[in-house]
Design a protein around this ligand. Structure first.
Ligand code: NAD
Ligand code: USQ
Length: 387
């Protein structure tokens, strides 16, 4: 397939680009490198030393013999260039990673809220518009989030996107299929719930074929392809804005820094290894929705854990201390989470679990690169409310 990866220089996009390239697909990466610029704004760097995008691509050519094309532009702002790219590249499918993805960053200030909303909503709408305007039948695969469902205890297994409900008014009732009610917990997560409505509309109105992947928290760093050369290494965020919980705990344990559990640590979240992210996107690309099919939604996650259980697991492995900090977020202190993920399992995903991958991450990444860490950047300073 001809595939364009929007946001293909990022943490999920780069290993996915290499995975799909290795499988023989023709890959174009579009990225405005905003993630690298945010590192400069936050005065922090990936724990792993990431090469510039041109060097990444040259190195991939050397080790695999395969070409990846890179185009540098902003899909939220440069609509005409986006449309021209779609018309010239004639992709069979596009994968959309190109959003501001950190909840704490989206809650830092009004400026960060406005940037996140403008960037994410315009990126998604521009992409849908450009596919419609091109007139081509292109499968759009989007990286969404488990957070669209929210993190209250729902009392049921969260379905893959849709719910059948009965509407009642007096003695009248009607059955309906609806999107699972949206419960965003940050401005970032709110943009993902809005993305769902864009997809609902463009699918209904323009018959766009869309797959929306409701992904859990991604952990791990390397894949079989990114391990093939130091210049291909994936990014590893550990700072208080972009670092996600499990990767932060792994890095903190290597540094001898007490693990930073927010609140009671009773928050339950869904997790997936970066290798499985790439594999799931492959599966989604190989199983596109048919013409006239509604938006296909998969829950892209492997296992759920409470934050305090993760801290204990890492601590058992490394003897790290654990601290319980005042939670900077406005989120439920405790929640249960049960999620259906039958689609990927029935389509052949053989997932990597925490028990298999944790030690390798501590030794090969966190220990190896700990001297690059700036400990002043570890604590999460973005507060959900001014109180
Ligand atoms: P990332 O920030 O590392 O990568 C996103 C990439 O998109 C960056 O390279 C950035 O420069 C680019 N980008 C952003 N806005 C752009 C624009 N307007 N035009 C062109 N390029 C743009 O994030 P990631 O962790 O790779 O996440 C990718 C996607 O997966 C996001 O949409 C995110 O919401 C979703 N997701 C990530 C996780 C996770 O744990 N990392 C979990 C669930 C879902
Ligand atoms: N947490 C801690 N200590 C820390 C960091 C986080 O206890 O040092 C807690 C948070 O308070 C939260 C949980 O861990 O309860 C998860 O936080 P996170 O930063 O790992 O993940 P989150 O903000 O939800 O966002 C990440 C990605 C986002 C993706 C989302 C998937 O950054 O792009 O959409 O995971 S999900 O959470 O399933 O919605």
């Amino acid at each position: 397939m001809n595939i364009i990866l929007f946001g293909g220089d990022g943490f999920c996009g780069w290993p996915t680009a290499l995975h799909l390239s290795e499988l023989g697909h023709s890959i174009v990466i579009v990225d405005n490198l905003s993630r690298r610029k945010i590192d400069i704004e936050l005065q922090v760097e990936s724990l792993t030393p990431i090469a510039p995008i041109d060097r990444r691509i040259e190195t991939w050519k050397e080790v695999s013999g395969k070409d990846i094309k890179f185009l540098h532009f902003d899909i939220a702002q440069d609509y005409e260039i986006l449309l021209r790219t779609i018309k010239e590249e004639k992709p069979d499918a596009v994968v959309h990673f190109a959003e501001q993805r950190a909840a704490p960053y989206s809650m830092k200030s009004s400026r960060h809220k406005i940037y996140t909303v403008n960037n994410n909503l315009n990126a998604t709408n521009n992409l849908c518009c450009s596919i419609v305007e091109s007139g081509f039948d292109i499968h759009l695969v989007h990286l969404g989030t488990m957070g669209v469902y929210g993190y209250g205890t729902s009392g049921m297994k969260i379905p893959e996107g849709y719910l059948n409900v009965e509407l009642k008014e007096g003695n009248k009732s009607a059955e309906m299929e609806i999107l699972y009610p949206a419960h965003p917990g940050s401005i970032y997560h709110m943009t993902k719930t809005q993305d769902q409505l864009f997809f609902y509309f463009y699918n209904k109105n323009d018959k766009l074929r869309i797959t929306d992947l409701h992904q859990g928290i991604v952990w791990g760093t390397q894949t079989d392809q990114t391990k093939r050369h130091d210049n291909l290494i994936n990014r590893f965020d550990y700072d208080g804005d972009y670092g996600t919980v499990l990767n932060r705990f792994l890095m903190q344990s290597a540094m001898g820094y007490p693990l930073t559990v927010h609140g009671t640590g009773g928050q339950t979240r869904a997790f997936i290894h970066i290798k499985d992210t790439a594999k799931c996107i492959q599966i989604a690309l190989e199983n596109p929705p048919q013409a006239n099919e509604r938006v296909k939604i998969y829950n892209q996650m492997v296992e759920t854990h409470r934050v305090k259980d993760l801290a204990n697991k890492v601590s058992q492995l490394t003897n790290a201390e654990i601290t319980y900090l005042k939670n900077p977020r406005n989120e439920a202190a405790e929640n249960d989470l049960h999620v259906k993920n039958d689609c990927f399992l029935s389509d052949g995903l053989l997932p990597t679990t925490l028990d298999e991958g944790l030690l390798e991450e501590v030794i090969e990444i966190a220990e190896k690169f700990k001297s690059r860490a700036d400990t002043t950047k570890i604590l999460c300073k973005s507060n959900w409310s001014n109180a």
